[in-house]
Design a protein around this ligand. Sequence first.
Ligand code: SF4
Ligand code: SF4
Length: 203
Amino acid sequence: MSDNVEKYIKRETKESISNKISEKFVDAGLEKIRACINCGTCTGGCPSGRRTAYRTRVAIRKALTGDESVLRDIDIWLCSTCYYCYERCPRNIPVTDMIIKLRNIAVEEGFILDAHFGLADKIFYETGHGVPANGEGNKKWRDLRESYDLPPLPPTVHSYPEAVEECKTLMKEVGFRDLMDNAKELKEERAKEQEKEEEKADE
Ligand code: SF4
Ligand code: SF4
């Protein structure tokens, strides 16, 4: 290559690529990510990207190159799983499934958002519902149900509260409880590390 070309074309060579993401993608049958041509069709049609800084193509690119910063990126939580990108990708890549997988890996690595963690760890685990309709503060949901001639509480653990413990047992059996406990531990470790760094910076 001539010196002139070297002057204008910058090449970035990755010495080592993290295989944490790619291994999990392969395990989940999502190795099709390797067919991505970085065309940006997914970004172009993404309704979430129209209103935020979220760029689907960038998330896919980072996953493909093993850039683990994508797991810390709040952007992957902005996908509304509308499947628009999935339908339009010229390489038939299941883009939405890949974003969901990235979120799963992020949770395993303790990068779950505080709001999601609170909902999963406390509300869902304790009540068996993501959006509970029972309790003092949730009368509006019961009223809404009744306005459609439905019983105020659905035929779930709300109607059979004794089944909440069974739901918790199920959540433990499938590893959900461990996942949340692990995420909590990792989040706390990171918060402590950050605190130490801030203290150092103030010295
Ligand atoms: S549309 Fe498909 S091929 Fe194009 S950048 Fe997105 S994932 Fe890659
Ligand atoms: S599924 Fe997610 S990434 Fe794909 S177009 Fe919809 S919001 Fe965007």
